[in-house]
Write a protein that binds this ligand. Structure first.
Ligand code: NOJ
Ligand code: CA
Length: 678
C-alpha cells in the first residue's frame, strides 16, 4: 500500500494520473497497474524486487465494437484485504487459507457509442496472483461479442517450460514438452515454468464459467497472450449485461513445493453453491473397463461384451472382499454398436443392453455394500446428451448410483451441439470446441442437473479444471490429460516421466481420474508399461483424486496380494498434503495425512533418471513412534526390462525428524504407510 501512496505523490501532472499497486500479504510479490502514454492498460509483477512479468497489456477485441485497448483513463481504485479459512468437503487438505490483498482498478474509455467502463480486479497472495475483468451493464456495450482477449503475460526472463499444445485435435491428451520458454507455441494451461533465476511459475485460470477457455499463445520471445477457444458463433464469447471473466492466475513460488501446495485457483472460485454433497464419498474403485481399453472385451454387444450381469456380479464380489466402494461398468447401455466416436447420436442413457440387468446388478451391489459407478459416454454429442441427461440421472438416483463418469470422445472442435439461443428451433448440428463457451455452459448444466439427483461427476475428455470443485463439489474428478489408458495401446506409450510431468502441470488444476493400479504392468498384446511395480503404488500418492481406480483386471490385482493390500488401505481423502521432495520434471514425493485416521502416507513417482533421495519426516507428530510399511524399487529395478517387477518390502520404526534414504529406479516410485504405534 505504501507504494500506492508514493505513486500518487510522485505524479506531477496537473490532474494526477492514478497508478495502482498492490503487494502480497508477506510483501514479496508486488503488482502494478497503469495505462501507458496511449491509454493502453497494463500490469507488471515482481517477486523480491525482481521482475516476473514485465509490462503486460490488457484489453479486448470485439466482433462488432471498437477494441478495448487504447484511450483508457483510470477512474477509480479500491483496495481490500482478506484472511479467512474455509473447509473442503473432500480434498488434498481439509482447510484452505485465503489470505490476499486486492486492488480493483476501474477505467473509462471513450467510444463512438459513449464512454465504456471496465474494472480489472487483482488479488495478490503470498504464492501467486489472480486478476479478472469485470464488465458493468452499460448502454455503450450492452452485449460483449468478444473476438479475443488482448491479455498479455510478458515473462521477464527465459527459462524452461512444461506444456502441451492448445487448440490441437487430441484435446488435452498429450505428452508434455519440456522446452525453453522462448520455444513454446500455443499451449494449454496450466503451463509451468522455471525461470532462469529459479522462480517457479504456472499460468492458468480460475472459475471458467460462461466463457471460453484460455489458450496460452507465445507472440515473440517470452511474451505470451491469451487466445480464447473459438466458437461456432464467430465471437469467441458472447455475454449480455454485467459479467466477470474467469480469473487469469499465476502461481509464483521459489520452489516446486510452493507451486504444488498452492490453493490459488480454489481461493478465486466462489464458495460451495450446492450445500451438502455427502452423497458422494471419496473412494477407490475397480471396473469393467481395462478389458475394453485393451481390446479383450467390447463396449458394444457381441460375444465379448464386457458389461454382462454375470461379470458385474463377479466384480462386485471382488470389490466387497477387497474394500473397494465402487464398481464402474462401461458399455451397459445402448448406442455402442457402430461408430460412436465423434457421433453419439445413438446413445441412450436409460436403456440397458439385454445381457445387462441394471436393476439386478444395482440390487446385488447394494446388498454387498458396494455402489455401481454409472457411465454416460456421449461421443461428444452434447445436444443428444442434454436431451436425455435428466432422465439418465433420475434413473441413477432411483438405482442408488451417486457417481457417474461422463465422456466426450470426439476430436477437439468436433463437439456436436446446438445453440438453442441462436438456433431456435434447435435443428441443425453445429460443432464446438471442448473448451469453448458452449462446452463450458454444458458442463455446468450437467453438474447442476446431476446435483439435483444427488449424483457426482467424473468427466473424461472434459473442459479443463479451473477450481470449480469449490463451487460445485459434486465435480469430483476428471481426465483432461493423457491417462493410464494410453499404456494399453503401445509399448511405453506414456513414457517413464509422464506421471511426474502431470504432478507439476495438469495436477495444479485439480483431481485427475488417471486410473493407476495396473499391477500386471502390461497393456494389450503384452506391451509393457513404462513403470516399475512400486511406481504403480506411488501413483496413488502422486496423482490426487477423491476417486482412485485399481485399473487392472481383478485376476491381475489378486495375483499381487501385497500390492493389492496397499491399494486397499491407501485413502482417497486427505487432511493435509505436502510435497516433501521433488523437482519439476524430475520426481515428486508427497506426504499425505489420512482424513479419517492418524495414519500418514508417503510416496510418489520418478522420471527416467535413477536417483537417491533422502526423505525427512518432520511432519509426523512429536513423541509418537510410527510403523512404516515400505514398498520401494528393488535392486536393479528399471521400467526398461522385466526388472520392472523388482519390488522390495521393508518395515521399520520412524519418528518425527528421522531421515530415510530411498533409491528411485528409472521409471520408478515408492509408497509408504505410516501408522502410529498404540
Ligand atoms: C475414453 C475414456 O478416457 C475412457 O476411460 C473410456 O473408457 C472411453 N472413452 C469410453 O467412454
Ligand atoms: Ca480419454
Amino acid at each position: 500500500m505504501a507504494r500506492l501512496v508514493l505513486a500518487a505523490l510522485l505524479a506531477t501532472t496537473a490532474v494526477p494520473a492514478l497508478a495502482g499497486s498492490v503487494d502480497s500479504p508477506d510483501g514479496r510479490i508486488h503488482v502494478t497497474v497503469d495505462t501507458d502514454q496511449d491509454g493502453v492498460p497494463f500490469y507488471t509483477v515482481e517477486r523480491d524486487g525482481k521482475a516476473v512479468l514485465a509490462k503486460s497489456f490488457l484489453g479486448f477485441n470485439f466482433t462488432d465494437a471498437e477494441p478495448m485497448r487504447r484511450g483508457f483513463r483510470i477512474e477509480q481504485e479500491t483496495t481490500a484485504t482478506a484472511d479467512s479459512k474455509w473447509e473442503q468437503p473432500w480434498g488434498e487438505r481439509q482447510w484452505v487459507r485465503d489470505h490476499h490483498n486486492e486492488l480493483a482498478v476501474t477505467m473509462i474509455q471513450p467510444s463512438t457509442k459513449g464512454e465504456r467502463h471496465l474494472t480489472v480486479r487483482f488479488r495478490v497472495f503470498d504464492d501467486g496472483i489472480g486478476f479478472r475483468y469485470e464488465f458493468p451493464d452499460q448502454a455503450s456495450l450492452p452485449v460483449a461479442n468478444i473476438a479475443d482477449e488482448l491479455t498479455e503475460f510478458n515473462i521477464a526472463q527465459d527459462g524452461k517450460a512444461w506444456w502441451i499444445p492448445g487448440g490441437d485435435w487430441n484435446r488435452y491428451e498429450y505428452l508434455y514438452h519440456e522446452t525453453p520458454i522462448s520455444s513454446v507455441g500455443m499451449a494449454h494451461t496450466p503451463i509451468t515454468m522455471v525461470l532462469g533465476d529459479g522462480t517457479h511459475v504456472s499460468f492458468h485460470e480460475a472459475a471458467l464459467v460462461d466463457y471460453s477457455g484460455m489458450w496460452f499463445r507465445r507472440m515473440e520471445g517470452t511474451r505470451f497472450r491469451a487466445s480464447l477457444a473459438p466458437s461456432s458463433r464467430g465471437a469467441k464469447v458472447v455475454r449480455k449485461g454485467a459479467f466477470d471473466t474467469p480469473w487469469r492466475t499465476i502461481r509464483i513460488a521459489p520452489d516446486a513445493a510452493g507451486l504444488v501446495e498452492n490453493d490459488l485457483e480454489l481461493n478465486l472460485n466462489e464458495p460451495n453453491k450446492l450445500g451438502d454433497v455427502s452423497y458422494f464419498k471419496p473412494q477407490k474403485y475397480i471396473g469393467i473397463w481395462w478389458g475394453m481399453i485393451r481390446g479383450d472385451w467390447t463396449w458394444a454387444q457381441g460375444p465379448n461384451h464386457g458389461a454382462t450381469t454375470a461379470r458385474s456380479k463377479q466384480y462386485i464380489d471382488f470389490a466387497a472382499k477387497h474394500r473397494f466402494s465402487g464398481v464402474l461398468i462401461e458399455g451397459w447401455n445402448e448406442g455402442w454398436d457402430g461408430n460412436w466416436f465423434g457421433n453419439g447420436r445413438d446413445f441412450s442413457f436409460t436403456k440397458a443392453y439385454p445381457d445387462f440387468d441394471i436393476k439386478a446388478v444395482t440390487d446385488y451391489a447394494r446388498k454387498k455394500g458396494v455402489q455401481i459407478i454409472g457411465h454416460h459416454e456421449t461421443g461428444g454429442n452434447i445436444a443428444v446428451y442434454e436431451k436425455q441427461m435428466d432422465a439418465g440421472f433420475a434413473l441413477d438416483e432411483q438405482l442408488g448410483i451417486h457417481l457417474v463418469k461422463t465422456g466426450y470422445v470426439a476430436d477437439a472442435g468436433n463437439l456436436i451441439s446446438c445453440n438453442a439461443d441462436i438456433h431456435d428451433p434447435c435443428g441443425d448440428e453445429i460443432f464446438e470446441w471442448h473448451d469453448g463457451q458452449r462446452s463450458v455452459q454444458h458442463h455446468l448444466a450437467v453438474l447442476e442437473d446431476a446435483a439435483r439427483h444427488k449424483v457426482a461427476i467424473d468427466s473424461h475428455e472434459p473442459v479443463k479444471d479451473t477450481g470449480l470443485r469449490r463451487t460445485y463439489p459434486n465435480w469430483v474428478a476428471r481426465e483432461g490429460a493423457r491417462g493410464q489408458e494410453y499404456n494399453a495401446w503401445a509399448k511405453f506409450a506414456n513414457g517413464p516421466g509422464h506421471e511426474v510431468n502431470l504432478v507439476y502441470t495438469r495436477m495444479l488444476a485439480g483431481p485427475m481420474d488417471f486410473t493407476p493400479g495396473v499391477l500386471s504392468l502390461v497393456g494389450s498384446n503384452g506391451q509393457p508399461i513404462a513403470s516399475t511395480e512400486a511406481k504403480q503404488l506411488g501413483t496413488y500418492l502422486a496423482i490426487y483424486s477423491p476417486i482412485q481406480m485399481a485399473a487392472d483386471f481383478i485376476e491381475n490385482l489378486a495375483a499381487h496380494p501385497k500390492e493389492l493390500a496397499f491399494i486397499e488401505q491407501v485413502p482417497a481423502d486427505w487432511a493435509e498434503s505436502h510435497l516433501i521432495a521433488g523437482e519439476v520434471g524430475e520426481y515428486a514425493i508427497f506426504a499425505r495425512k489420512d482424513r479419517n485416521s492418524a495414519d500418514w502416507y508417503v510416496g510418489g513417482v520418478n522420471n527416467a533418471t535413477a536417483r537417491d533421495v533422502e526423505l525427512g519426516f518432520d511432519f509426523l507428530e512429536p513423541g509418537k513412534v510410527y510403523t512404516a510399511t515400505i514398498y520401494k524399487d528393488g535392486p536393479g529395478a528399471t521400467y526398461e526390462t522385466e526388472a520392472r517387477f523388482n519390488i522390495a518390502y521393508d518395515t521399520r520404526k520412524i519418528r518425527k525428524g528421522d531421515k530415510l534414504p530411498l533409491w528411485l529406479a528409472p521409471g520408478g516410485g515408492a509408497a509408504i504407510r505410516l501408522t502410529p504405534d498404540k
